[in-house]
Design a protein around this ligand. Structure first.
Ligand SMILES: Cc1cc2nc3c(=O)[nH]c(=O)nc-3n(C[C@H](O)[C@H](O)[C@H](O)COP(=O)(O)OP(=O)(O)OC[C@H]3O[C@@H](n4cnc5c(N)ncnc54)[C@H](O)[C@@H]3O)c2cc1C
Length: 357
């Protein structure tokens, strides 16, 4: 997903230097570890946020795993009648139930209200956070909620990852492509996290996902949401619903997805496999996944006889839909282990860039 941001920055004439470590801040720029000097008018330092807990600690107030003040759901600390809220407290994660530290204005404001309510005799309980965040960089909105793929894997979930690219509304209504990466738990089917990038309609989809994850929705539930549709606002099946359909297909209907990292692992494993590019020859000739053969969707059935049923087959198209159609044909003809590349060639290309860095 970060590659989309990088490309957008470059489009806007920003020089992006990755893995470049700053050694010294100079009067007119910075000096990098590799000796290079980069000139500029201003230097921004983004080093994260640490809670200031000196006073709290001196008063015997307990801190949590993250180093921030530990509070209960009423915002009361370990010392009776002493409450804490805002950026100095540790929260807990809705999905994992584990402590997390995500100092954000949305949470600070909410925890302030909860502390106030309880201090004045009420009973309002904090229900945790998903670590939801959204920001805008030039024209691009970048949003995230719940667990990332990496976090989910580290926590031991058996993850299914989908990438889908759909317009925010019809292109004739000024729609722009949205890229949605979603992570679900294979065992329970529950949604664990989502990341979205796009120029239009990102916030709306993010908040639908936040609501769904908060209430423990399964991937299959997303398709059934009665979301608002008219051309100025969305497409008939909203991108959120497509996310649910893709994940549900992968979890329950054996329409398995393969990420490009998993494809690399398969290649290294020595197992026999075949990669099928289901796009038109012109697109294949322009660029394709290394090792792929081109069998376009339109005459795919004619070539079935040439494909071995016993080996692993990986299909793909540009964004995932036609790759899935070809996967369906294969599975309906008794091919057992067929994967569709998650997010298609477009996502594979982004990944290639990331790996090169
Ligand atoms: C540049 C920036 C952009 C941000 N953008 C977003 C965003 O888009 N969305 C989002 O959700 N969050 C955002 N945040 C985070 C958000 O601002 C904080 O989470 C929020 O303000 C925390 O509220 P708070 O009341 O806990 O702490 P603060 O707002 O930091 O308030 C603490 C106050 O205590 C005062 N203080 C400190 N020490 C003492 C002392 N010893 N005596 C008296 N007063 C003291 C400080 O001066 C300050 O006024 C952003 C933060 C920054 C820095």
């Amino acid at each position: 997903m970060a590659t989309y941001v990088e490309e957008h920055l470059i489009e806007k004439d920003v020089k992006v230097m990755l893995s470049a470590r700053v050694e010294t801040i100079l009067e007119d720029g910075v000096k990098l570890q590799n000796g290079q000097t980069v000139h500029g008018d201003m230097v921004f330092v983004a080093t994260g946020v640490k809670p200031e807990v000196t006073l709290a600690k001196a008063g015997g107030i307990a801190t949590g795993e993250s180093g921030a003040i530990k509070v209960d759901q009423r915002m009361e600390t370990n010392i009776k009648d002493i409450y804490a809220c805002g950026d100095c407290i540790e929260q807990y994660h809705v999905v994992t139930g584990k402590p997390v530290y995500r100092p954000l204005g949305s949470t600070a404001n909410k925890t302030g209200r909860i502390a106030g309510e309880n201090i004045s005799g009420g009973q309002l309980l904090f229900r945790g956070i998903l670590g939801t965040g959204i920001f805008k960089i030039f024209d691009l909105a970048v949003a995230q909620t719940g667990l990332s793929e990496k976090e989910a894997k580290e926590l031991g979930y058996s993850v299914v990852v989908s990438h889908n690219i759909k317009p925010s509304k019809p292109f004739y209504m000024g729609g722009k492509e949205l890229v949605i990466k979603a992570i679900a738990d294979k065992l329970t089917g529950k949604l664990l996290g989502v990341q979205i990038i796009g120029e239009d309609g990102v916030d709306k989809r993010l908040d639908v996902f936040v609501t769904a994850i908060t209430y423990g929705a399964k991937a299959e539930d997303l398709f059934h949401l009665d979301l608002g549709y008219a051309p100025p606002f969305s497409i008939t099946k909203d991108p959120v619903m497509y996310t649910g359909m893709i994940l549900d297909n992968a979890i329950h209907k054996e329409r398995r997805l393969m990420t490009i990292e998993e494809l690399e692992k398969l290649k290294a494993s020595g197992k026999p496999y075949k990669i099928i590019d289901a796009r038109v020859p012109k697109q294949f000739e322009k660029k394709h996944v290394t090792g792929a053969i081109n069998i376009p969707h339109e005459n795919f059935r004619m070539h079935l006889k040439d494909l071995d049923k016993e080996i692993i087959i990986i299909t793909y198209c540009n964004k995932g839909t036609t790759g899935n159609a070809v996967q369906n044909i294969l599975m309906n003809h008794g091919y057992k282990e067929v994967y569709n590349i998650s997010g298609g060639h477009n996502t594979a290309e982004k990944n290639k860039k990331k790996t090169k860095q």
